[in-house]
Design a protein around this ligand. Structure first.
Ligand SMILES: C[S@@+](CC[C@H](N)C(=O)[O-])C[C@H]1O[C@@H](n2cnc3c(N)ncnc32)[C@H](O)[C@@H]1O
Length: 266
């Protein structure tokens, strides 16, 4: 993929685009300038990375009821938030580092009171008070930061900010191409007390047989890794980490994996 070609859509034959999966840091995915230029070039065309809301709906509905106050980080030009409003969500605060895309989205949704768009760096969301969201969702922003300079520091800052903004018992839903060996170290940082449950979604273009049901968690080892010999049906699957903030809840212990209850999807 080059920065001048239109991004393939998740349902294109050549599959969903992956942030830095092949061509990495040189494209500047970690830089605001890269994204501003890209959104100018795309002229405001909507684009959802990795997965559309219909595929993610089971997770979102399970772990964030429609009355939740939602923080959508690195929203880009995705239709995800609009689709969630159509599905009954009442308050979604979208942030992105690109002033270009934020301006475009503000204009597009000026008459949708459920959607708010703010230009903000996910590493410093000090404009928001502590514990002001029930749920935060990220699809592709952490992956972008991992392509930038000081990637580990950026990732740590983002995770700490998301943790700070979640209410006790709140949920962070992370959709990424990063498997547990590269994402769990960030999610398990010592300052956070999260229970993490992992799910795997095949790419929208994958046509092979899937035996796992969408809300069947994937077991993780004590160290937060995939079990030996575990191979996803789609080798380029997307990973959905559902992280519940335990800090501030009574009767909780240290961070654990795979312990989130499974409510019914409504
Ligand atoms: C791969 S795109 C994903 C867009 C959207 N979430 C989606 O699913 O289609 C990554 C987005 O993260 C934004 N981004 C990158 N670094 C950021 C940062 N430090 N703070 C906030 N947003 C950032 C980019 O501007 C871009 O819109």
């Amino acid at each position: 993929m080059s920065s001048s070609s239109p991004p393939p859509r998740p349902d294109d034959d050549d599959g969903a685009q992956e942030v830095g999966a092949s061509d990495g840091r040189s494209l500047g995915y970690g830089e605001a300038e890269y994204w501003d230029a890209r959104y100018v070039e795309e002229g405001g065309a909507p684009y959802d990375w990795y997965q559309r809301y219909d595929a993610l709906r089971p997770f979102v509905r399970c772990f964030a009821p429609p009355a939740s106050r939602i923080l959508m980080v690195g929203c880009g030009s995705a239709l995800m938030s609009e689709d969630m409003v159509t599905d009954g969500y009442v308050e979604i605060v979208n942030i992105d580092i690109s002033s270009v895309v934020i301006e475009m989205m503000r204009k597009k949704y000026f008459d949708v009171p459920q959607l708010q768009y703010l230009r903000m760096d996910v590493r410093d969301m000090s404009m928001f008070p502590d514990e002001s969201f029930d749920c935060a969702i990220d699809k592709g922003t952490l992956d972008s930061l991992m392509c930038g300079v000081d990637a580990p520091l950026s990732a740590a800052q983002m995770i700490l900010e998301v943790d700070r903004l979640l209410k006790p018992g709140g949920t962070f839903i992370l959709i990424t191409y990063g498997d547990p060996s590269v994402r769990m170290p960030h999610l398990n940082q010592s300052a956070c007390d999260w229970k993490v449950v992992l799910y795997i979604l095949p790419r929208p273009v994958f046509t092979g047989k899937i035996t796992r049901r969408v809300l069947d968690p994937v077991p993780l080892t004590e160290r937060g890794r995939l079990p030996d010999g575990f191979v996803p049906e789609d080798p380029d699957s997307h990973y959905v980490y559902v992280c519940k903030k335990m800090q501030g809840l009574t009767g909780t212990g240290s961070p654990t994996v795979n312990h989130i209850e499974r409510p019914a999807v409504t």
